[in-house]
Design a protein around this ligand. Structure first.
Ligand SMILES: Nc1ncnc2c1ncn2[C@@H]1O[C@H](COP(=O)(O)OP(=O)(O)OP(=O)(O)O)[C@@H](O)[C@H]1O
Length: 260
């Protein structure tokens, strides 16, 4: 079953110069418990797509479906993670991770909230750092805490908008493996916006390439790799072929195809 579907989505922003069409005829199907990576030219409308799925924006035309219901308002069942983890400095890491539970599950006993947060912090390797302030952690550690916060309330969908974009290459690869382990342990369906093709293949079950603005689905790569992927898999001929394939599609989207 598809947990997320968009059908014929058209959306334009109102600007002083007139409407700016950003998405046009966009169809997308994301099966439950799968991970969809979305790539495309800069400014093509990737973040706009995430806002539509989360119900933060309503499309001018077309439909967005989540879990069998048409999306018409913001959803509690959607968690979001962004490039800059906005953690509250006056709260320690544990209290930051607990925050969504205070809003979504106010009747949950504190003991249970703490247990849930600690379970996730252990999973991402932050046990022992729960009483630190955000500024006492490295960028990678803050992003780990932010990921815990975005799934602490067990959302059906986790939307990530370039969550690893600000990290150095080695930390980013560590986080990819953390994300892989979180996926194995938690039941969410993932939508990942990224500019990194290796990241898209390592984490995705499918990679959707959007065309230039106004974006539509230009190409879908079915990533047929084992769920438990070692990082080394990125250096295999099979993945190399996939990366070439995606690179070609991005060139087409950017209108930069070289004629041999
Ligand atoms: N609220 C808004 N009002 C007007 N224009 C907007 C608004 N939000 C985004 N845009 C414009 O819509 C287009 C698509 O923006 P969006 O952020 O969805 O693209 P993106 O693919 O995520 O970009 P990037 O790859 O640079 O992160 C851009 O040209 C952007 O300037």
């Amino acid at each position: 079953m598809n947990l997320i579907e968009t059908r014929g989505v058209y959306h334009a922003y109102k600007t002083p110069l007139g409407p700016l069409p950003v998405l046009s005829g966009l169809d997308l199907s994301i099966p439950e418990s799968s991970f969809c990576a979305v790539v495309g030219p800069s400014g093509c409308g990737k973040s706009t797509l995430t806002r539509l799925i989360a119900g933060l924006l309503i499309p001018d035309q077309g439909e967005v479906w989540l879990d069998g219901e048409r999306v018409k308002s913001p959803r509690k069942t959607v968690g979001m993670a962004f490039q800059n983890p906005v953690l509250l400095e006056w709260r320690n890491i544990l209290e930051n991770v607990i925050l969504p539970l205070e809003i979504v599950a106010p009747s949950m006993p504190r003991k249970q909230r703490v247990a849930r947060a600690m379970e996730l912090l252990e999973m991402v390797g932050l046990l022992g750092f729960e009483h630190k302030r955000p500024s006492e952690l490295s960028g990678g550690m803050r992003q780990r805490a932010s990921l815990c916060r975005s799934i602490v309330h067990k959302p059906r969908v986790l939307i990530m908008d370039e969550p690893f974009g600000a990290l150095d290459a080695f930390t980013r690869e560590d986080l990819w493996q953390t994300m892989r382990d979180l996926r194995a342990a938690e039941p969410f369906t993932g939508v990942l916006i990224t500019h990194d093709l290796r990241e898209s293949v390592y984490l995705g079950d499918q990679v959707v390439v959007l065309s230039d603005r106004p974006a539509r689905t230009q190409y879908v790569l079915d990533v047929k790799l084992p769920d438990k992927r070692p990082l080394d898999i990125l250096y295999t001929p099979k993945v190399s072929d996939m990366l070439h394939d995606l690179r070609d599609q991005i060139s087409i989207a950017q209108n930069r195809v070289e004629v041999a």
